[in-house]
Design a protein around this ligand. Structure first.
Ligand SMILES: [Zn+2]
Length: 487
């Protein structure tokens, strides 16, 4: 990495605005919303009447004239206004891109108050952020002063960066339920400021506390399964609250649309989803930071979430001659939908994304195995040959070499071996092994330990606790290719 590289990191700060400040910010937001809707209307209208497509540049060039008619727009800053127009433009681009790709996207919407909650300053113009000076004994700055136009907002939030250059600011209105003096619950407007910072790589560095070498596989039964058999529990945040969510949804469906009760329930539903989202994010951040600071080498497989969570194909019923009858056979769509929901809610992709920038900061060697080439689930970690498995087979039993362990643990081992000795599995068929980088013994120990600890005890209870040290089992049985390599 060259010294001139600039890293971008986001910090999120919160402001509990006073009534006056909230009024000003809300009026800004409302003007952005009107502008957004007007821009959308102009595009739709021009196409409907004259079949003309309006571009972003055309709309942007009309801003100065618009500001003359509505002087209150000038207060918002031209860059912020342009960004709102760009958002409209992007929504059209995305719409047409997805149409081309054969998907069925929704047409860009007019935004109601509830659907439009943020505006953005795309450059450092129009606002400044000054963090509080660091206090002795407190490592991280816990907030600062954010000036937006004439407003002076106190913002809270942690940032571990000391010197940085702010790049852009997004202000988002979130409402928070608070208990008032009379004991009644009321919602209070809270503003969230996300600032993207430009940082020099040395300012992002995190210290690594230990030098573990680990491979892991992501799953649903356990969130993570490591090559040494340790697991991280999947907390199933969404599934645990499905009943609660369904309750709100059912009640909402019985209300008259647009009534006070309907809006209240919509709000409750939104809040609950938001809570789940925050919990998931918090959990994944903690876990990924922990892994990044404790590992020297981390290996896993790449995931294609979009492919993994596809709906199953319809199964048309055929008559005796093979002609479709117009009826359909059960294809397990409901079960797959539940599985997909679980996969998406566990945030597997988000987790990898978090890890990928954190390992950069700790200097951890990060290996993502190519799933299609390596097939970690189908491959035997010990001999390198493939052992086909169905999705519900939770164990790996190798017919070629007799290696037994849990399915996910085997996959984690395969990823780890691929990271340490990239040519190992490539050469299995040719019976030619080149591994002289000093990791061979380490890998043999891990494989032997996996085999042995599996024989020792019950698979599930063993997986969660792993007090043994892998090296203590170095003398275990190693069969197949791993042994051949040493000779
Ligand atoms: Zn094998």
């Amino acid at each position: 990495m060259s010294v001139s590289t600039v890293l971008r990191r986001k910090i999120t700060l919160r402001n509990y605005a006073s009534v006056e400040q909230d009024k000003v910010l809300s009026s800004h937001l409302e003007l952005h919303r009107l502008l957004s809707n007007a821009a959308l209307h102009e595009r739709i209208d021009a196409w409907a009447k004259k079949k003309i497509s309006i571009t972003y540049n055309q709309q942007q060039n009309m801003l100065p004239a618009l500001k003359k008619d509505m002087p209150e727009l000038a207060e918002l800053g031209s860059q912020a206004l342009q960004e709102t127009l760009r958002r409209v433009d992007r929504s059209f681009q995305n719409f047409f891109r997805r149409c081309k790709a054969g998907q069925t996207p929704g047409f860009p919407r007019f935004k109601s108050f509830n659907r439009f909650d943020s505006f953005c300053y795309p450059s450092p113009a129009g606002w400044t952020y000054i963090p509080y000076p660091a206090k002795e004994g407190i490592k991280n700055a816990r907030g600062g002063i954010l000036r937006v136009g004439d407003l002076r907002l106190k913002v809270r939030g942690m940032s571990r960066f000391e010197s940085f250059e702010p790049n852009d600011l997004t202000l988002k209105r979130i409402s928070k339920a608070v208990i008032g003096k009379n004991g009644k619950v009321k919602t209070k407007a809270v503003w969230e400021a996300s600032i993207t910072l430009k940082l020099a790589p040395q300012d992002c560095v995190r210290d690594r506390t230990s030098n573990n070498i680990r491979g892991f596989d992501q799953g649903l039964t356990d969130r993570l399964v490591f090559d040494d058999g340790q697991t991280v529990e999947n907390t199933r945040l969404l599934r645990n609250r499905l009943e609660e969510l369904a309750g709100f949804q059912q009640k909402k469906a019985r209300c008259k649309k647009g009534s006070r009760r309907f809006k209240e329930l919509a709000k409750s539903l939104k809040d609950l989803h938001c809570k789940i989202k925050n919990q998931r994010k918090d959990e994944l951040h903690k876990l990924s930071t922990h892994l990044a600071v404790t590992c020297e080498i981390l290996a896993t497989e790449e995931l294609t979430i979009a492919n993994m969570t596809k709906a199953p194909k319809a199964k048309p019923e055929l008559d005796a001659k093979g002609v479709p009858t117009g009826h359909y056979l059960p294809n397990g769509a409901a079960a797959k939908a539940g599985l997909n929901r679980e996969m998406l809610s566990s945030g597997m992709g988000m987790f990898l994304q978090m890890l990928s920038y954190k390992v950069e900061e700790t200097g951890t060697k990060w290996h993502i195995a190519e799933t299609r080439k390596l097939k970690p689930t189908q491959r035997c970690a010990c001999c390198g040959l493939t052992v086909k498995k169905q999705l519900d087979e939770r164990m790996h039993v190798c017919l070629h070499c007799g290696f037994c362990t849990s399915r996910d643990r085997n996959a984690a081992l395969v990823c780890l071996i691929d990271a340490l000795m990239p040519t190992f599995y490539m050469n299995v068929q040719k019976k030619k092994f080149v591994c002289d980088n000093g990791y061979l013994d380490f890998i043999k120990n891990r494989i032997a330990y996996a085999n042995e600890s599996f024989e020792d005890s019950d698979l599930r209870s063993e997986g969660s606790i792993c007090a043994h040290n892998a090296s203590a089992h170095g003398t275990g049985v190693v069969t197949g290719a791993a042994q051949e390599t040493s000779t």
